[in-house]
Write a protein that binds this ligand. Structure first.
Ligand code: ADE
Length: 242
């Protein structure tokens, strides 16, 4: 997969894309090509304004600045030409649909993502309309100071699902929101020591009975979900079934 990020702050991405799983995913070996490549583009490099301006005050008044159409449009057109693979265009914005694991799974199957990180008060609506089809994506109902952190969240969520990125040890098979957990929260986890501050690990986990362990984990996943995210149980497909 190729991931292009268009941003005014490419330096914000270096630490995140250059560490841990996201770094490993972009490194190939003799045994396999790199599952993903990252390409950062500074939108400011595409402005035709001689002072490097990329934003202006909002028509109609109000606080903050709005990112202008021209630099974003020219950057997207130039970057799309760099590779023949068709890109899913994505704008990170609080005014979008909310990211969830089913969409993350879908995006992880695509050959190319082009992510625009908006900044300041927002992006001129006309360029968003002109870039249609484009997915307006929010990572939650709160406002951050720009789309960069949301873009990193999206990249992390997607890249770890690309086959070959996670090792067996850290597999994404049974985890919160995964289909194998019924899109519920994951079960609780325990490791050594067996007793810590007088609290024992649930004995079933030491039993070696894999069927019993899996049944216990499923039950615990439902308990945790009922406690912390009852909304997930209400939306559950088995809810209301006889
Ligand atoms: N930009 C600012 N806040 C955001 C959010 N919650 N999701 C996506 N992009 C954003």
């Amino acid at each position: 997969m190729r991931i292009d990020v268009l941003t005014l702050f490419p330096e914000m991405f270096h630490g995140v894309l250059g560490s841990s799983t996201l770094k490993r995913a972009s490194q190939g070996s003799e045994r396999r090509p790199a599952p993903v490549s990252y390409h950062l583009t500074n939108i400011r490099d595409y402005t035709t304004d001689k002072h490097g301006k990329v934003d202006d005050r909002p028509f109609g008044g109000g606080p903050g600045m709005v990112m202008q159409c021209q630099p974003i449009w020219d950057a997207v057109m130039a970057v799309e030409r760099l590779d023949q693979r068709p890109a899913i265009r994505i704008l990170m914005t609080p005014q979008g649909c909310k990211l969830g694991q089913p969409l993350v799974e879908e995006l992880a199957t695509r050959p190319r993502l082009l992510i625009i990180a908006g900044h300041y008060e927002g992006v001129d609506e006309r360029v968003i309309e002109k870039l249609d089809p484009i997915l307006r994506l929010s990572i939650g109902d709160y406002v951050l100071s720009g789309g960069e952190l949301p873009a990193m969240v999206l990249i992390d969520a997607v890249v770890r699902l690309i086959p070959g990125v996670l090792g067996h040890e850290e597999s994404c098979q049974h985890e919160s929101f995964s289909p194998t957990r019924g899109r519920l929260l994951d079960c609780p986890h325990y490791t050594r020591p067996r007793t810590w501050q007088g609290v024992d690990v649930p004995p079933v986990l030491l039993s070696g009975d894999h069927a019993a362990i899996e049944a216990w984990r499923s039950e615990q996943a439902v308990r945790l979900t009922a406690r912390f995210r009852p909304d997930l149980l209400r939306d559950h497909p088995t809810q209301g079934a006889p």
